[in-house]
Design a protein. Structure first.
Ligand code: ASP
Ligand code: MG
Length: 437
């Protein structure tokens, strides 16, 4: 059994839905995980925004517009009048449910219920379409098995047990369809796995059923060796290790949700990234074994803030780094890069949410300076320290660019640089020229 996940653009129009139905039918009893149709989750966020601000008219108008789009899609999707009527009835019910949220107090609980409707609607429409083309699909509601615990972490035991029970109830099914992104939390309330979380759902589902492979279908043919928005002639990387893929996903390659890698890695299930628009393209295979001895890809993460704390008394002092790190922990702010010297430490964060209070606390331990608008450039590949010359090669590519920080040796698979925002595109291009041309 495989898990096949399709993102929002892959199911973004009636035509795309038909195309995906064609791709998945006849391939065996797999689990199909869908995102909401492209744009829907953003619109649902917008509707919630109106309701938080008590702008009921704005919310209603946006709901009506979105509903019209869905009815248009339904009109294009089903030839059979009976299926069309059923789709209209069910989608109407979803919109009426969203409308019912405009009548009373609106909190983040209601918001999550609204956000869940996107995936509920896309899977419903796909399921009904399957019936029309003679595929006996079974709709498996994520809200009945996907759950997080009190720490917001997936409750793997619950997911495994409930999901397998639900699948067992449909021995006659040709394939299964389920929602990405949505779940219940430890209190049974409707919740989600954060924006872009459908990839994570697919990985959790794959781990829960012991899938043979997890396929993530998007609109690009795999993970590219550099950012195609800024660099010409990038190529898909054929193979990546889980660790390499995790670094790339975290440091900017938008194609995969960073959390997605973990469950698949621990269950040792290969993840294949494929292109809905070009299904025969090879894509990228992510697995526990990867080809060694190569530099694979470059990615960039924007809006980074670098903080340097200089201690007058760090020489032979202990406790300084502990104090600095504890400050970030106390403000629940994750650190990306770290570089130390005998007199100070530089680190980076990607959010200024708690910056003022962090800086105030850090000033107790030394002189603090801040550089904003920085970018992390992350190069991924075989950076085992015993491989000679790999890091030198990468560093020499950036010889004409001012580099604020370098991190190497934290893992076997990456080296990262911190540069100014205005040097990002040049840095990405220089690295591609040096490493991949
Ligand atoms: N529909 C959700 C989002 O737009 C989840 C996903 O697509 O992965 O964030
Ligand atoms: Mg996505």
């Amino acid at each position: 059994m495989k898990v096949l996940k399709f993102g929002g653009t892959s199911v973004g129009t009636a035509e795309r839905i038909k195309h995906v139905a064609g791709l998945v039918s006849g391939r065996g009893k797999n689990i199909i995980v869908l995102s909401a149709m492209a744009g829907t989750t953003n619109t649902l966020v917008e509707i919630s925004g109106y309701l938080f601000k008590k702008n009921v008219e704005g919310a209603k108008e946006t709901i009506n517009n979105l509903e019209r789009k869905y009815f248009q899609t339904i009109a294009e999707l089903y030839d059979d009048a009976e299926l069309r009527n059923e789709a209209e009835r069910e989608i109407k019910a979803c919109f009426n449910y969203i409308r019912s949220m405009t009548k009373d107090v609106f909190t983040s609980f209601e918001e999550k219920e609204i956000l869940a409707q996107g995936e509920i609607m896309s899977t419903l429409m796909m399921h009904l379409y399957m019936q029309g083309i003679g595929v006996n699909s079974a709709l498996i509601p994520a809200l009945e098995y996907m759950r997080t615990d009190k720490n917001g972490e997936p409750d793997m035991q619950h997911i495994r047990q409930r999901l397998n029970n639900l699948l067992d109830k449909h021995p006659e099914a040709d394939l299964y369809i389920t929602q990405g992104y949505i779940c219940r939390n430890a209190y049974g309330e409707i919740d989600n796995l954060q924006r872009g979380g459908s990839d994570y759902s697919a990985s959790l589902i794959g781990a829960a059923v012991g899938a043979e492979e997890i396929e993530i279908w998007t609109d690009i043919d795999g993970m590219h060796n550099n950012d195609p928005r800024y660099v010409e002639g990038t190529r898909p990387v054929e193979r990546l290790s889980f660790d390499e893929a995790a670094e790339l996903a975290y440091f900017g390659a938008k194609i995969l949700h960073p959390m997605c890698v973990q469950p698949a890695k621990y269950a040792n299930i290969p993840v294949r990234l494929l292109n809905t628009m070009d299904p025969s393209a090879k894509g990228t295979l992510i697995g526990n074994d990867s080809d060694c001895g190569a530099i694979k890809a470059v990615a960039a993460k924007d809006n980074i803030i670098a903080i340097r704390v200089r201690s007058g008394r760090m020489l032979l002092a202990y406790g300084f780094l502990k104090n600095v790190f504890e400050t970030f922990e106390a403000h629940r702010t994750p650190i990306d890069m770290v570089a130390t010297s005998e007199v100070g430490v530089s680190l980076t964060i990607d959010s200024d949410k708690n910056l003022d209070s962090i800086l105030e606390d850090l000033r107790k331990f030394g002189t603090v300076t801040v550089d904003r608008d920085m970018v992390i450039i992350c190069v991924v590949g075989s950076f085992d320290w015993k491989n000679c010359g790999f890091e030198a090669n990468v560093i020499s590519a950036l010889k004409d660019i001012p580099v604020r920080m370098i991190c190497y040796g934290g893992s076997d698979c990456n080296i990262s640089f911190l540069v100014r925002k205005e040097d990002k595109v040049k840095a990405l291009n220089l690295l591609s020229e040096k490493l991949f041309d």
